[in-house]
Design a protein around this ligand. Structure first.
Ligand SMILES: C[S@@+](CC[C@H](N)C(=O)[O-])C[C@H]1O[C@@H](n2cnc3c(N)ncnc32)[C@H](O)[C@@H]1O
Length: 309
């Protein structure tokens, strides 16, 4: 696969996995040989480079947004658990009906929330994903606003959002810029919910993880720091945390489409590596059940007179 640094940076786990570093220092072997302080600086440099790289990529440059390459398979992903959608709906009923879904994808959350009567604004930088979302909204007779934009530059009025969502997308976002944007667009006492998604450690998913690890040196990195960073910049005190699980039995065809939709598998592997990977996946003895654990971190923005969090 040709080296594509943005792709490296962008592959930061759609399910909780991330790169350790970009460029010539990605290998786990290298990392084992450096001491903790060096690793700290390496990670700091990596974050800086990833962040700088993202700032340089314009959303009009479709080829740089790998999610444009996944729009045709994203519908294979099972829906979010109904209880998670209920929890977000409850948040909106107390915060207000204007919901912003940042990195909305093809609308896995935006559409069910719009169906419940909320005034949803779906922001998505990958045009192909946004077009799928718009088509589904149209064919289901749902009314929502869809905007081609990124978290770092939201084309929205100040204090125009009651509830902002970032679902399975925080790891792609420049936390500093997105946090400042959230602080601008959220109303005082408005709500923020950050939703993370990871593979549940079932026997089947453990096998998938193992096969991914055999072909890639990427390692999981907790999202906690980015969550704290964004919330703090947005002046939101995250006070609630909920966990939801989903386990969906899938046939082979659907399983392969789901795997292609995972940024650090499908686009990262390329055709031949993915073909070999799929053969190994088919050889797994466990029943194919796609199992994910979602965590929702939610809280309210401070009032109008707050100066710091
Ligand atoms: C794993 S998908 C999740 C999509 C959707 N939120 C869901 O839960 O189904 C991540 C999404 O984040 C979007 N994304 C990537 N970088 C972004 C950015 N800087 N600002 C906003 N969204 C971004 C991608 O285009 C993609 O649609």
């Amino acid at each position: 696969m040709p080296h594509d640094e943005y792709l490296e940076a962008d592959e930061v786990g759609a399910s909780g996995m991330t790169v350790v570093a970009v460029g010539s220092v990605t290998s786990a072997q290298y990392c084992q040989n450096v001491d903790a302080e060096a690793l700290f600086w390496l990670n700091a440099l990596t974050s800086y480079r990833m962040s700088r790289k993202r700032r340089q990529v314009g959303i009009e440059d479709s080829s740089s947004w790998i999610f444009n390459r996944m729009a045709d398979v994203y519908d294979a992903r099972p829906p979010y658990p109904a209880a998670l959608v209920d929890a977000l709906y409850e948040l909106a009923t107390s915060a207000g009906p204007r919901v912003l879904d940042i990195g909305a994808g093809i609308g896995h959350l935006a559409l069910p929330l719009a169906r419940r009567g909320l005034q949803v604004v779906a922001v998505e930088p990958a045009k192909a994903m946004l077009e799928c979302l718009q088509a589904s909204a149209g064919s289901n007779g749902l009314s929502l606003q869809s905007i081609h934009a990124a978290a770092e530059a939201l084309p929205l009025e100040c204090e125009s959002v009651d509830l902002a969502l970032i679902a399975d997308a925080l790891h792609f976002v420049d936390a500093e810029l997105a946090g400042a944007q959230l602080r601008r667009v959220l109303v005082p006492y408005g709500a923020l919910a950050i939703i993370t998604c990871e593979f549940t450690a079932t026997p089947f998913m453990r096998e998938i993880r193992k096969l991914v690890a055999q072909r890639s040196d990427r390692r999981p990195r907790p999202a906690a720091q980015a969550i704290r960073h964004v919330a703090s910049l947005a002046q939101v005190r995250l006070a609630q945390e909920w966990t939801f699980r989903d386990e969906t039995p899938v046939d082979r065809h659907t399983l392969l489409r789901i795997l292609r939709s995972v940024s650090f598998i499908g686009p990262a592997f390329g055709q031949s590596r993915f073909a070999a990977f799929s053969q190994d996946v088919h050889a797994i003895r466990e029943d194919a059940v796609w199992a994910r654990t979602f965590r929702v971190y939610a809280g309210r923005r401070l009032g109008p007179n707050a100066t710091r969090h």
